[in-house]
Structure formats: C-alpha cells, structure tokens
Design a protein around this ligand. Structure first.
Ligand SMILES: Nc1ncnc2c1ncn2[C@@H]1O[C@H](COP(=O)(O)OP(=O)(O)OP(=O)(O)O)[C@@H](O)[C@H]1O
Length: 594
C-alpha cells in the first residue's frame, strides 16, 4: 500500500503543479511524457519481461489514432466511447502482430514486426480516401466534460491519471504469477512450457498489453491534436518507443517512467533544432546499449544499493526453516488406487533414418522409483520428451491416470501432474532460486488475468500460499539458504537441485529426471540418492534416466533398459544386473565374452 499511496501522492502533486503552469509548451511536454510513458509501459512488458523484440509499435500507435479519428469523424461515435473502442482495435492488431512470434524469434521477429509497422505506415500514407494520406484527418472530437472540450491542463491531468492507473495495474500483474511467466518466456521457452506456462498464450498476452497501451497513447494524441496524418506514423516512432524502454531500464517497473521523463525532456530541449533530434536519439541508444545495459533504472538501482537505501524485503525469508522435518506439498490423487500411473503403449519415433523409439511400451507403477537406462543414444531422452509433449510420437499412445495425454501440450501435461528436469540444465538463470521454484508453482495457481491485474485479495492469497509451499520445498531440498541467490551463480550441483525443486513445486504425481547426477561428485550423487528416496517416500513416483549404475541399482524399484530405441529388458535391479542382453548392450560383446 505504501507504493500505491506514494504514487497517488506524486501524481496528485504533479497535477496540482501542472495547474499553475500557464506556458502551453511546458504543459504539452508534460502531456507527451504521459503519452510516451503509456507506450513504454506496455513495451516494457513485451520487451523487458517477455523478451519479444518489436519494431512495429508505430503501427499500433496508428491503429489507436486512426480508430479514434474514423470513429469520431465518420461514424459520429462519442469521443469517450471512441477512446475505448480504439484500445480494443489496437488489442486486435496486437493479436495480429503476435502471430508471427509463435513461429519466429529474436532478430527475425524484429524484422517481421518492422514489416508490420512499415505496412501500416504505407497504408495510412497511400490510403488517402480512408485515412486522408499526408493531408490526414481533421476535426477529430476531443475528450470533453459535459460537452466542453478538455483544456490543456485537463489533458495533462487525464494523462497523469492514465499513467497512474497503468503503472499500478501493470505493477500488480508483473509482480506475481504473470510477471514470472513472462520472464520465463524470455529465459527459456521449453523450460517455461515444462513448468506449466502456456507459452503461446502468454506471448500473445504480452503483445496485446503493449498494443493496447500504445493504441491508447495514439488515440489520445489524435484527440488532443484533433488531427492525425501519416507524418506521425513512422519508423522513428517505433525506434523511439524501443529507446524509451532500453534507456529507462528494460524489465524494471520504473524504467518506462525514467525513460519517458528523460527522453521527452531532452527532446523538448533540442526541439528548436529538429534536425539533430534523430542524432541525439541514435547517440542515446548507443550509449544505453554500451554503457547502461540495465538502463537508468539499473544505474539508480546500483547507486541505491551502494548507499544502502535498498530495503526491498525478500518475501518470506527464513520461513519453513525450523527444526521440524519439512514435508513436500502434494496434491491428492484423484484415483488413489491407481496401481498403474502411466502407460506408454507402442511408442514410435523416427528422425529421418535415426529411430530412437521402436514400439516402446512401459508401465509405471505409482509410488516406485523407476530407472530408465541404456547406452548413449539409446533413446532415453526422446522417450521422456514424448511423455512430456516436447516431442510428438509418430505412433503409440501415452495414458496418464486413465486419460490419454499423447497429443496434449507441454504445459497441459505439467498441469496433469507430470514434472521433469532436463539433461542439460534449463534454469531461469537470472532469476533467484526462490523465483525459479515459484515458477514451478505456476500451474498450481488459479488466479487469472483480471484478479492479478487488479491485485484482488484472491491473487494475493494465491501468491502467499505459493510462497509458503515454495519455502517448504526449499527446506526439503536443502536450498533455503540460497533462496535469494540468482540460480545461474550457484555451483553446478546446487543448480541441479534447484531444477529438481522447481519440478517438485508443480506438485507432480510423476517426476521425470533426465540424468540428475550428471556432473555431480560422488558425495553429491549419494546425497541426491537420499533425496530421491525421500521424495518417493512422500508418495511421488519417479522415472529416472541415469548412467550412474551404483545410484540406479541402490535406489530403484524397477529398471527399464533401452537399446537402439527398443526396450530390451525390465524388472528388479538384481534381475537386470544379471540379464545377458543388458550386458551385451553395455559391453558391446557377446554374452559369453562378457
Ligand atoms: N530432435 C532430434 N532430431 C534428430 N535426431 C535426434 C533428435 N533428438 C534425438 N535424436 C537422435 O536420437 C537418438 C537418441 O537420442 P536420445 O537423446 O534420446 O538418446 P539418449 O539415450 O538419451 O542418449 P544419452 O544417454 O547420450 O543422452 C540419437 O541418435 C540422437 O542423435
């Protein structure tokens, strides 16, 4: 609440200050700070959190501006309703621009969005019949109160109010489940899916948020000027919006504010020499990229840190660190009598000539540790990838708790109760250990977009409950003391444990571990074995891919052996150790020689 009250007081003070300003240029500068803040706040969600690079924001600005222009001049829709509809139209364009992001990434995505911006620019320039071309559209109805158009001071007040609301709403959204999900997209989409984040849905959402705020800004500019033409909509605007975020601090809640205040004021100072404006912006962009990778927010953040002013309390530090033996949060099994938890029936997969799965059928009994072993390239990881939806089998079915999951999405399978770790660690390295594990709780949290955006009690309750569970998992896995450490800075063995803790946070029925002991020293391997037994004792079934035979034979209840994509043996560890086909597969010799 302190932040909310502080923000309201600041905005109220600015609004009162603005009412004493008589100079139109200063008021307009304040209004443009608000406009660019709106653009930057949405762009920050898209770029700073979700990691999607867009160079087409000018097109979305145009969508809002022209929507309001056409609605008020051609269709005589009232200015307030037009403003609302303009946000809706921009949101629809946001979905359109998001579609390519489902297929392309990084620079390719930037090029596609750039093309979108250019197309919109061309459409409004050339389509003079509808959009007025370079002449533009005049007589756009401004916002009004009781039929009296806003004065310049009222525009500033309204701009400030929108900035306040946008900031507080986005802050609610980004500090919880949604913000973490966006960050996971930026870090690793495969891992995001595996912890239950619906990757495509969240990407589209980030694009829509950026589109709506940008469209709102465009509509306000059109209504305030009562005029819009194609000169407003150009590539420089898209780059400027990008610059606002990068200069202010991408991924920081304060970045958009710092960026828009600084750059609009710099723009106002050089306004009389319009020819140098682009040079200045170019130089600032280069400066931000080279000298301030975290933007102004990063510079201020480290300054406050050095001065000891950063009192941000870490959530729930020390919780669940008591002496009692910690328990894992688990969900109740819908069918507790289910002997067979998962059945894979005749799974087949071919990558061209390589066939890593050939009629593989496996039955995993609940409450056991199953091990999947086999020589390198036998198809073990492919098998786990098929169970978790990362790879679609060519043939065969996977049934989990009585329902077929063969064609389900990666996040849908996580939702059902299957969690996994990866052979090559896939941690969200820049996030703290606690945030990594909180991301594991994503699929267990039920607060939706609206309750998160509005910061309703339900969202806070969910967040507090998730935090309690995460603290218990950290204690269970012995990670409590590293809770605030960035995951990527931990020793390798601890990183493996964080990935395991993250998987446990989705409260799975079945835990799939792809070589969890790879890279661990003998002591760490022994500790891992004990941890896995404790997890099994909590009622969680484990399927473990491992090359450490000592570990496999000491903790497994059931061992499955793959070779060249075929199951060649399965049974109790002692039986597998004595199986001649297994020896042959491992030693590559005939049974007699072995
Ligand atoms: N996406 C892919 N495209 C093409 N070939 C693939 C793909 N994934 C796996 N393979 C091939 O399938 C075979 C089985 O790979 P997989 O990773 O499943 O084996 P593995 O038993 O897990 O091996 P290791 O123990 O070395 O991890 C290998 O020859 C591998 O090169």
């Amino acid at each position: 609440m302190r932040h909310v009250i502080g923000s309201i007081v600041l905005v109220a003070a600015l609004a009162v200050g603005a009412s004493f300003i008589e100079n139109e240029f200063y008021l307009r500068t304040l209004f443009m700070i608000c406009i660019y803040f709106l653009c930057a706040a949405g762009m920050n969600v898209l770029l700073g959190f979700a990691g999607q690079k867009s160079l087409g924001q000018a097109g979305l600005f145009a969508a809002g501006a022209y929507a309001v222009a056409l609605l008020t001049t051609r269709y005589e829709v009232g200015p307030w309703l037009s403003l609302l509809l303009a946000c809706f139209v921009s949101g629809v364009f946001g979905i359109l621009i998001a579609v390519p992001s489902l297929r392309v990434k990084g620079p390719s995505l930037a090029m596609v969005t750039l093309a979108f911006g250019i197309v919109i620019e061309k459409v409004v320039t050339e389509g003079s019949e509808v959009f007025g071309g370079a002449m533009g559209i005049y007589a756009i109805q401004p916002l009004n109160i009781g039929g009296t158009p806003f004065t310049m001071v009222q525009w500033v007040w309204f701009g400030l109010l929108l900035c306040l609301v946008t900031h507080l709403l986005l802050r609610n959204l980004l500090r919880g489940r949604f913000g973490r999900a966006f960050l996971s997209l930026q870090a690793d989409e495969v891992a995001a899916g595996a912890v239950g984040v619906a990757v495509y849905r969240y990407k589209v959402l980030a694009f829509v948020i950026a589109a709506v705020t940008c469209g709102l800004a465009g509509a306000l500019v059109a209504q305030q000027n009562q005029y819009i033409n194609s000169d407003f909509i150009n590539f420089h605007l898209s780059v400027f919006i990008l610059l606002l975020v990068l200069f202010g601090g991408s991924g920081s809640l304060y970045g958009p504010l710092l960026g828009s205040v600084t750059l609009v004021i710099i723009g106002a100072l050089v306004a009389r020499w319009s020819w140098i404006e682009h040079f200045v912006n170019g130089a600032l962009l280069l400066f931000a990229l080279y000298a301030m990778p975290k933007g102004l927010a990063g510079v201020f953040g480290s300054l406050f840190h050095k001065l000891g002013l950063n009192h941000a309390r870490s959530p729930g530090v020390g919780a669940a660190q008591g002496t009692a033996v910690p328990r894992l949060p688990t969900r109740a099994l819908a069918r507790p009598d289910a002997g067979s938890l998962l059945t894979a029936d005749k799974l087949n997969k071919a990558f061209g000539g390589v066939v890593p799965a050939r009629d593989v059928s496996v039955n995993l009994t609940g409450g056991h540790i199953h091990a999947l072993i086999g020589p390198n390239g036998a198809g073990k990881s492919t098998f786990i990838n098929m169970l978790t939806g990362i790879i679609r089998p060519d043939q065969g079915t996977v049934t989990f708790l009585g329902s077929e999951i063969t064609r389900q999405t990666v996040h849908g399978i996580c939702d059902q109760g299957i969690a996994r770790t990866f052979q090559n660690l896939r941690l969200f390295k820049d996030l703290s250990v606690r945030e990594n594990v909180l991301l594991g709780q994503h699929s267990r949290m039920r607060n939706g977009f609206v309750s998160s955006l509005l910061g309703l009690p339900r969202a806070w309750r969910e967040e507090a409950q998730a935090l309690r569970k995460v603290n218990a998992i950290l204690a269970f896995t012995g990670l409590s003391r590293y809770a605030e450490t960035p995951a990527g800075s931990l020793a390798y063995g601890l990183q493996r444990r964080v990935e395991l803790a993250r998987a446990l946070a989705s409260e799975p029925f079945l835990l799939l571990l792809d070589e969890p002991a790879a890279g661990l020293n003998p002591q760490e391997t022994a500790e891992l074995g004990q941890l896995l037994v404790r997890i099994r004792n909590e009622g969680i079934t484990i399927l473990l891919i491992e090359h450490h035979m000592d570990l496999v034979m000491s903790i497994s209840d059931h061992v499955i052996v793959l070779d060249y994509g075929q199951k060649i043996a399965e049974g109790a560890p002692a039986k597998i150790q004595a199986d001649p086909r297994v020896m042959e597969a491992y030693l590559g010799t005939s049974t007699e020689a072995a």
